[in-house]
Every structure is written in structure tokens, then in C-alpha cells.
Design a protein around this ligand. Structure first.
Ligand code: COA
Length: 260
């Protein structure tokens, strides 16, 4: 598929999706959100893709937010629709994807950019990165899940402060907050993401999907996460990967998972 606003590289079981509007610091306009949806959907349905890495092009920004020029003249109804559509197409979609998604934050991750990184299953950042939810400085609030996912990741008090001040934190503070799992030099960011991806790929992809569902269940309104875990655990027993993983262990050999 041809994309205008993103680049896609696939190799060794990894799909790397690169948001590519460097002149706008990779700001998320409507077209980019739709293209990201399509790219994530295609990668998720490709059996050869085991991990997806999401990053921004250039050295300055992961994503500097939703494209402000697109919504500056919206009314109440249009504003609500913008958030609902974006959440459905991209942010909730990524969070609930079957394939693990790693955000490799390579610079500014602001507003919708940080919200997108928070929708990914986990995050790494380069040392030059700056993160924040500056929406209240524009007279609006985070609308792509930021008021929900930031407190889940850093705690309510820190999220309140970050959102109320509209300030930015650097990569070290993001690491100390638990917002990113690792901080590295910029040129080491993708190699580190790929190294983690290769560790993930050694394991059962169907079990990983069940684990994603069970972990996400903890954060879903009205869902009993423990029940979801029991169901997901049970599901694993019907898979070829489970047979292979347990047989390999008992036969003292390395598992070769069929991914089924
Ligand atoms: N939406 C639309 N365009 C954006 C953008 C956004 N969220 N963030 C950056 N851009 C554009 C700028 O308008 C500028 O375009 P131009 O060259 O056509 O004027 C270009 O990207 C470069 O940005 P600039 O502001 O000149 O870079 P900077 O290094 O001086 O500042 C930031 C970098 C990230 C601090 C600044 O761009 C910024 O504050 N962006 C908005 C962040 C934000 O509020 N995000 C939340 C949106 S809800």
C-alpha cells in the first residue's frame, strides 16, 4: 500500500512504522491517523509480523501532537467527533492490537503524540525526548485517551500536575515516572527496540496476544481482569504453541512455536 504520511519497513518479523511529516514535527492530521490505522491493521493481520515498532521521522520529534491547524475552528459537536473517531481508529485500536507494539520515542511526544505512545504496549525514549500533554495551554484537554492512560502509567497526582501545568518532562523524568521503560542515545533507540523485539519473538505469539488481552482487561470499565485472565489462560491450552512450548521444555530442547 502507498502512504503519504508514513513510512513502513518490514524485516525479520518486525514492522517499523515511521510517522513522516517532519516539516510539521510529525503532527497527526486526519490523513495520518487513517494511514496509521491501515498500516497497523495490515501489520497485525500479517502472520510473518511478530512485533511492530512505532517511531517518528527526523531527529526532533516523535509526534508534536494532533494537527492544531485542522481543528482550530471546530465547534462542540465536531470536537467530540474528532476525539471519538481518533480513539476508535488509532488509540484504542493500537492498545488492543494482537501484535505487540513498542513506541520508540525519538524526540518531542506532545499531546496526541504522547497519547499515541501511551496507547502502545510499552515505550522506549531517546535521551533528547520531551514529553507532555500541553492541551490546556490551547484551551482544550487531551482527547485521545490522555486523561485516562497517563494516570494509569504515572499515577493520578503526577498526571494531574503534568496536565494542569501543560509542562514537558525530559526522558530521565519520564523514566523515573515509569512512563518509558528505557532511555538510550538517539542512534541506539531503534537497535534497542529491535533487540527487545527479537526477545519477544522467541516466545509464543498466540500466548502474547492472550497476555495483552488479559493485561488490558485490568483497565477496562466493568471488566473483571481476573476472570479475563482465567479465560485467556484456558484459551492457551487449546493452542499448538502450548503443545510445542511444554513438549520442548520436557524434551529439553528449544521451542519452535508455530504461532497457532
Ligand atoms: N500541529 C500543527 N502543526 C504543528 C504542531 C501541531 N501540533 N506542532 C508543530 N507544528 C508545526 C509548526 O506549526 C511549524 O510549522 P511551520 O514551519 O509551517 O510554521 C513546524 O511544525 C515546526 O514547529 P516549530 O513550532 O517551528 O518548532 P519549534 O522547535 O520552535 O517548537 C514545539 C517545537 C514542539 C515546542 C512546538 O512546535 C509546539 O509547541 N508544538 C505544538 C505542541 C502542542 O501543543 N501539541 C498538542 C496539540 S493538541
Amino acid at each position: 500500500m502507498n502512504y503519504e504520511n508514513i513510512l513502513l519497513n518490514t524485516s525479520n518479523g518486525i514492522a517499523t512504522i515511521i510517522i513522516n511529516r517532519p516539516s510539521k514535527l510529525n503532527a497527526l492530521n486526519r490523513a495520518t491517523i487513517q494511514e496509521l490505522h491501515n498500516a497497523f491493521k495490515d501489520a497485525d493481520s500479517d502472520r510473518d509480523i511478530k512485533v511492530i515498532i512505532l517511531t517518528g521521522s527526523g531527529e526532533k520529534a516523535f509526534v508534536a501532537g494532533a494537527d492544531i491547524s485542522e481543528f482550530a475552528d471546530f465547534n462542540v459537536k465536531e470536537g467530540g467527533k474528532l476525539a471519538a473517531k481518533g480513539q476508535e481508529l488509532l488509540f484504542n485500536f493500537v492498545e488492543n492490537l494482537s501484535t505487540p507494539v513498542i513506541a520508540a520515542i525519538n524526540g518531542f511526544a506532545l499531546g496526541g503524540g504522547l497519547e499515541l505512545a501511551m496507547s502502545c504496549h510499552f515505550r522506549l525514549a531517546s535521551a533528547n525526548s520531551k514529553m507532555g500533554l500541553p492541551e490546556v495551554s490551547l484551551g482544550v484537554i487531551p482527547g485521545y485517551g490522555g486523561t485516562q492512560r497517563l494516570p494509569q502509567l504515572v499515577g493520578k497526582g503526577r498526571a494531574m500536575e503534568m496536565i494542569m501545568t501543560a509542562g514537558m518532562i525530559d526522558a530521565t523524568q519520564a523514566y523515573n515516572y515509569g512512563l518509558v521503560n528505557h532511555v538510550t542515545e538517539q542512534d541506539e533507540l531503534l537497535p534497542m527496540a529491535e533487540k527487545i523485539a527479537s526477545k519477544i519473538m522467541r516466545n509464543s505469539s498466540v500466548a502474547i496476544t492472550q497476555a495483552i488481552n488479559a493485561i488490558n482487561a485490568n483497565f477496562k470499565e466493568g471488566v473483571d481482569g481476573f476472570k479475563a485472565e482465567i479465560e485467556a489462560f484456558g484459551n492457551c491450552f487449546g493452542t499448538a504453541d502450548f503443545k510445542e512450548g511444554t513438549s520442548a521444555f520436557l524434551e529439553k530442547r528449544k521451542a519452535d512455536f508455530p504461532g497457532e
